[in-house]
Design a binder for this molecule. Structure first.
Ligand code: NAD
Length: 283
């Protein structure tokens, strides 16, 4: 081969050494883009078989399954609107039929419908609450039913099941112009902690991950231009935007037995966004 010829593409297989989620079955909602996609890939890399939930992007879901399989992982794609009870129940039935059970749920699907408060329509309110909060409720309920039915299998995990709720810094930071979104994430926080109280005796763990500004399609306006990025950095003490992988690594750790005594917490992955950056210079 001459020096000018391009090197062939090499697919690096997942490395099986000390995989943190070996033998586990994970369901990730909204897994075809952004944070969910990174979570699905990292979970597969750590040895989990992954159910890729998606709302509409058939080709994207197929590509992601192929990408995971090409690296030696296992995945299936299941289309379902997480805000629809029947579709969620059908998705869990399909996942359990395919993989035998579900050990990990990542409640990641979410969206924004922004509007000044007085102009916000009921449809914008209901859509955001329906996906971001009711969607997490419906999926968590199915997951808990399955975790309780199966119980702990010590060879697989110390816990009967793990749920990670994708929340946001806006579970605590109010957000003008995004009242529906902030209300949904505030709801996710107390839903998660209340479920945590209730299911702990069954060795079911549930925690929230609260990303700050992460480079994904949901917030392209906030990082898409140099000016927008410079404005955004005023809110981030660590002075870089987060990448989906920053969140994915935290999610994998929370789902693993390394985090077995971590329960009912909100883990902020935000470069310090919740540290009141306005006080950086002493206020
Ligand atoms: P994204 O838009 O790339 O991902 C959201 C995914 O949810 C998309 O794939 C979308 O198709 C899916 N989805 C939307 N409605 C759905 C439905 N009804 N059923 C199934 N799937 C549906 O954006 P992202 O940033 O990766 O967002 C993922 C999660 O992270 C969301 O819950 C979001 O609120 C949260 N989050 C993101 C940021 C950020 O800065 N990007 C910050 C805090 C929290």
């Amino acid at each position: 081969m001459s020096n000018s010829e391009p090197l062939p593409d090499v697919v690096m297989p997942f490395c099986p050494v000390r995989q943190m989620l070996r033998g586990q079955k994970a369901l990730v909602t909204g897994a075809v883009s952004g944070i969910g996609r990174a979570v699905a890939i990292h979970m597969a890399q750590e040895g989990a078989s992954v159910v890729i939930n998606y709302a509409s992007n058939d080709a994207g879901a197929r590509d992601l399954v192929e990408e995971i399989e090409a690296k030696g992982g296992a995945a299936i794609a299941v289309k379902a609107d997480v805000s629809d009870e029947e579709q969620v129940q059908a998705m869990f039935r399909r996942a359990i039929a395919e993989f035998g059970t579900i050990d990990i749920l990542v409640n990641n699907a979410g969206l924004q419908k922004d509007s000044p408060f007085e102009e916000m329509t009921l449809s914008q309110w209901n859509t955001v609450l329906g996906v971001n909060l009711t969607g997490q409720f419906l999926c968590a309920r199915e997951a808990v039913r399955e975790f309780k039915r199966r119980g702990v299998v010590p060879a697989v995990s110390c816990a009967a099941g793990k749920i990670i709720s994708m929340s946001s810094v806006h579970e605590v930071i109010p957000w003008a112009g995004h009242v529906n979104y902030a209300a949904s994430k505030g709801g996710v926080m107390l839903m998660t902690k209340s479920i945590a109280q209730e299911v702990a005796p069954y060795r079911i763990r549930i925690n929230s991950v609260c990303p700050g500004a992460i480079r994904t399609p949901i917030n392209r306006d906030a990082w898409g231009t140099q000016e927008a990025y410079a404005e955004l950095m005023k809110l981030v003490p660590y002075k870089r935007i987060g990448e989906p992988e920053d969140v994915a690594r935290a999610v994998v750790w929370l789902a693993s037995d390394d985090a077995d005594y971590v329960h009912g917490v909100s883990l902020f992955v935000d470069g310090g966004m919740t540290l009141y950056p306005g006080f950086e210079t002493g206020g």
